[in-house]
Design a protein around this ligand. Structure first.
Ligand code: ZN
Length: 249
């Protein structure tokens, strides 16, 4: 079956611009219809911010700013605002709102009727933000319920099996620059998370390229168990206590 409509789930408005902007732009260029659906508007995304007045922005004000940032970044990639959706789950509460999130995701999937669904990696992810893990899980379960056997693609995976070559960092850099409220995150944490992954992917998997965006292509027919590497990473994260333990999950 030809793939025409691609529905991409994000936990926060900057996720796809951080992890797979070049791949999404290539899909747009190939004439695919791309839909973005963000679980949250990132209302609490101040972690990396060094502005002393940052607390004034927390909440719906930051949510509005980040919504607009995604609208601009999506337009840059080639995705019109009419194909952007928000589930309006409060930032950092996806695990606690998993049932309502699942209902929303179910409705979105049936409304759009995609041929392919993309989502954050949850079984083999190195990025353990609970919103990402649960967004990935919820999107996967909803996709399986919608069409058993539909193809899915996970981003920020440790088991990537598809590598999209990145010729220059310029495009990805411009995509993240739209997320101005996250500038400090992209200046300090982003190079560590994304650049290292891209360079490892490029050097080891794509001949002639130094960088590549890694994706894990799978199917809702296949079980998604955390692998050995993913369990080690989960332990390290738990020891470092970077991510607060989510209650009520
Ligand atoms: Zn995120």
């Amino acid at each position: 079956m030809a793939i025409h409509k691609v529905l991409v789930f994000l936990a926060h408005p900057d996720d796809t611009d951080a992890y797979c902007p070049n791949f999404l732009a290539a899909l747009v260029k190939a004439g695919k219809e791309i839909y973005l659906c963000s679980f949250t508007r990132g209302e609490h995304g101040l972690g990396g911010n060094r502005d002393p007045d940052k607390e004034k922005f927390r909440g719906s004000r930051l949510g509005r700013i980040r919504t607009q940032e995604l609208v601009s970044a999506a337009a840059f990639i080639g995705i019109p605002a009419s194909r952007l959706h928000f589930l309006d789950i409060e930032d950092s509460t996806v695990p606690n709102n998993k049932l309502i999130a699942h209902r929303h995701v179910d409705a979105i999937i049936h409304g759009i009727n995609p041929d392919l669904v993309m989502m954050p990696e949850f079984a083999h992810g190195y990025y353990k933000h609970p919103d990402h893990v649960y967004a990935g899980m919820i999107a996967f379960l909803a996709a399986r319920h919608y069409k058993p056997g539909i193809k899915v693609i996970f981003y920020h995976s440790m088991r990537s099996n598809y590598f999209f070559p990145v010729a220059s960092t310029a495009f990805g850099r411009r995509a993240v620059e739209f997320h101005k409220s996250q500038t400090d995150f992209f200046r300090y944490l982003y190079p560590l998370l994304v650049n290292v992954e891209q360079v490892v992917n490029g050097i080891f998997h794509v001949q002639g390229y130094v960088r590549a965006e890694g994706l894990r292509v799978s199917s809702t027919k296949l079980p998604q168990y955390p692998g050995f590497k993913a369990r080690i990473v989960a332990r390290i994260f738990a020891k470092l206590a970077i991510i607060p333990k989510t209650k009520n999950v």
